[in-house]
Design a protein around this ligand. Structure first.
Ligand SMILES: Cc1cc2nc3c(=O)[nH]c(=O)nc-3n(C[C@H](O)[C@H](O)[C@H](O)COP(=O)(O)O)c2cc1C
Length: 252
């Protein structure tokens, strides 16, 4: 079992050092850059509505910031595909198209490395199959269909310390880190930068959800192996770092 002292040493080791290990990073050594997103395989894709198509946004940004809170009450109504698409665009979508390279997104990322893949676990989202896992493809604003998992909501709850409220959402958006993308530029410092990137993504989710009266709540309490296994991630080259249930806001 780790001690607090050991954990603090791990934390401090993430803060970087001088000289920065960037000089030993693959980019400085002239290695080829890793891909920005995993390419789609031959699987069915779902085209998503663009962020402006559904005229969803009703709340100006000051109110979104002032009212933002972690929401764990959801309406029983399904989330619409347009609402999900808006949340995906706000968290990982493109703000500028760079010849098909998904480099300039709605969130910042250290060195524009964008080390995250976004997965959607859907159990009550209109236009998506129930109990199905998808992957968001930012360059084309599509979802790639990955797998069907029986009782998906219950499996996510189980992997998340049995937080029952999660199962009452319409689904979940999960962020998996591909460390090599950030390590390419930052070497050992990538670990810190990946976590900082995750914070930016999640905050955009919170504010974008508030703008359309959806509910989200960051989840860090989950069993790492269980959640990685559910998403079929190896936990080494790709691992879940953070996620949020999503649903229509059910505030009383
Ligand atoms: C990194 C992180 C992990 C979190 N994990 C959980 C979680 O597993 N379960 C939960 O119910 N809330 C979780 N939360 C939500 C916090 O409990 C919440 O942000 C905090 O109570 C403040 O409330 P507010 O977001 O409404 O201001 C998490 C928040 C963050 C930022």
């Amino acid at each position: 079992m780790d001690s607090i002292e050991q954990r603090r040493a791990v934390l401090k080791s993430m803060f970087g050092r001088t000289p920065s290990p960037m000089s030993q990073a693959p980019q400085a050594q002239g290695a080829p850059a890793p891909e920005y997103v995993r390419p789609a395989r031959q699987r069915p894709v779902v085209d998503l509505p663009g962020p402006d198509e559904a005229d969803l946004v009703k709340t100006e940004v000051r109110t979104c910031i002032a009212q933002r809170q972690s929401r764990r009450q959801f309406s029983e109504a399904p989330l619409t595909l347009a609402e999900l698409a808006w949340l995906l665009w706000a968290t990982q979508g493109l703000r500028r198209n760079d010849g098909g390279v998904p480099r300039w997104r709605t969130v910042p990322s250290a060195g524009a490395r964008h080390p995250f893949e976004t997965y959607v676990a859907a159990w009550r989202i209109d236009g998506l199959s129930q109990d199905t896992i998808y992957r968001y493809m930012p360059a084309t604003h599509q979802l790639e269909t990955l797998a069907t998992v029986e009782d998906l909501a219950a499996r996510v709850v189980e992997a998340s310390c049995n937080q029952q409220w999660i199962g009452r959402a319409a689904g979940a958006v999960l962020w998996a880190c591909v460390p090599a993308r950030s390590e390419y530029r930052y070497g050992l410092d990538a670990v810190k930068l990946c976590l900082l990137d995750a914070g930016h993504i999640a905050q955009n989710l919170y504010l974008a959800a508030e703008a359309i009266d959806a509910g989200v709540c960051g989840v860090g309490a989950y069993d790492q192996d269980a959640i990685d296994h559910l998403l079929d991630l190896d936990g080494r080259d790709e691992m879940i770092v953070y996620y949020s249930p999503v649903g229509k806001n059910g505030r009383l």
